[in-house]
Design a protein around this ligand. Sequence first.
Ligand code: ADP
Ligand code: MG
Length: 700
Amino acid sequence: MHKKELSDLAYLKGVGPKRAAAFEKLGIYNIKDLFTIYPRDYIFNTKIKDFPKHKDTNVLIFGEIYEKLFPHKPNHPLRLTIYDGTGQTTCLIWGNYFYREKQFREGDQFLFWGKVSYNPYEHSIQFDYRDHKKYEFGDDEFLKYPIIPLYILPGELKKTRLKPLAMTKIVFNAIKKNSGSIDEFLSEGIKSENSLMGHKQALLRMHYPLSNADIEKSRQTLAFEELFYLQLIMALKRKSIDTIENGIAFEKVGEKLGKLFTNLLEFELTAAQKRVIKEIRADMKSKKPMNRLLQGDVGSGKTIVAVFTMLIAIENGYQCAFMCPTEILSEQHFKVLKQYFDKLGIETVLLVGGQKKKLREQILQDIRTGKANVIVGTHALIQEAVEFKNLGYVVIDEQHKFGVMQRAKLREKASESGFTPDVLVMTATPIPRTLSLTVYGDLDISVIDELPKGRKQVKTLLRTEKDRLAVYKFLSDEIKKGRQAYIVYPIIDESEKLDLKAAVSHYELMKKEVFPDLKVGLVHGRMFWYEVDETVEEFKNRKLDILVSTTIIEVGIDIPNATTMLIEEAQRFGLSQLHQLRGRVGRGAEQSYCILMADKLDEKSRERLGIMVETTDGFKISEVDMELRGPGEFFGTRQSGELKFTTADLAKDKELVVKARKSAFDLITSDPQLRNEDNVCIRKNFLENFKDSLNLINVG
Ligand code: ADP
Ligand code: MG
């Protein structure tokens, strides 16, 4: 094998092969990539005499070691006096004393970074040392700047003994060497319309701002660029869907739809349900393939919307697929859908893993021949062996559990029959608007923003260990009234053995010690789906009073008589997840309760859980969740120790998202091929950096 070629990065001053390898692991492959590491913080480049101006601020000073005092005891710090021509200050440096002693020699010149603070006992200004760097040739070039950047140093880089100021110097070298080759990212038109800086200027000012205002201004430009390219992908994808010619126009409205509406429905549709059915129906009628996201809080009644719209497809002679993230949910939905469809003479089948071979073959055959009108299942639906006769409409439930690729495959599969089906993606995770524009920007969005009448708001209570007995008493009182309860344990990762053990032993405790007179059941993600299903069914039929469970009950289970939910260690869950869980109660006419058990909370957790107590509005909860956790974590996509981080902040940059979206969609309308001279830089950058994402999304 060839020795792997070193990238230009390895030859950059201060880097070398080891660090280049570390950078590579962090996704930084060449010098240009170094520009995309944005500062995590800035320090003021200052003189010692100006310290009083910088109280409680991080500063950089450059001076010589004037005096060096050894500690009296070996575990005490080395004391340096630094002189910079304007004044002197003291630096206390901890750490291996023998090493330090050799490192700092009187008369040597150093850069020191630290915090200026006021010492109230001595009424003096002091300098709290953080990091240093020996002065080298060339340092005075970046010492010209008033504000100096600091960057994140992931463990990978720390292992190479890279220190913050040395990292600053590396990035500085990269910029200095290559700033001539920075291309523009946006056309003049888009820049002036949105009052943005040029890319190069913004980038340089982001690293080396002249003032604090400079930082925000350049950040806005870079954030806009980032959002713009995301939206450009959305716009292109939209364009490619809009031009698909083999979509289906579901023109007919059959009599079954009327029958369902007038005879079979035991409730009145809410205004919101009626509105979204209309929106979906309009899409289905047109030949353009539908790509719509249906958002609706838990319990808002999305299933019946799916039933109505599936009927449209069926009465036009097409098959429908209903895809769920888990087998339990498939089973649950299958039962609900079957109830409706059986009465209308429509054949509904369930296709999941673990079915007996003979049954499975029969089902596959029914799908192939078209005998099966509605096919409910998990991703098993996109397996090779499944052959649809004429799949015209796909409903995907709880889509945040599916990957883009899975959605893509389903669509591909459906297109085997020569036309493109309509797709409805349903999600109960309310997503803040900015986020949905970013993540689902290629989809049309319908929202059910109203719950069916007569629902009582779930009362949410925050309780600690000392309330435990009272909480148990409350549960058993509710059960005496004839209701049922859930107890949820925090198994975040169902493969986590320790967590699972804890849940199982808690179940034993509940059953034997706490509620010996009640019937208690257990479900968790390591059980077979039919075992889970049987237990849930027992609970539904009131053969159990309490269901101890992990988060597998998070979605879809609908048992109106279960009115109380006790969530243990609530602080371990994300807010959106708690909201989902809480959605399992409050489904009937009785008052429901959600009790969050959490102990020893820090302020942030208290604030988070406080939101749950305060509101049941899923959209509000998701906004707060995103603000507190950041969009990356919100979606569970951000990797820890990621070096490249983006400048856009979806919680903060709502306006920018909207502007960037408008610019991108306008651009694709006016110059779809990006051939205008002004747009050449956009085309070039897109092809260089974003083409792959387009491929990925294009099939999704
Ligand atoms: P989700 O949006 O969480 O999927 P479901 O579709 O499961 O909600 O509906 C929750 C419950 O509300 C179901 O029992 C359903 O039959 C009932 N439901 C749906 N729409 C209405 C309505 N308009 N009026 C009363 N009950 C309704
Ligand atoms: Mg549902």
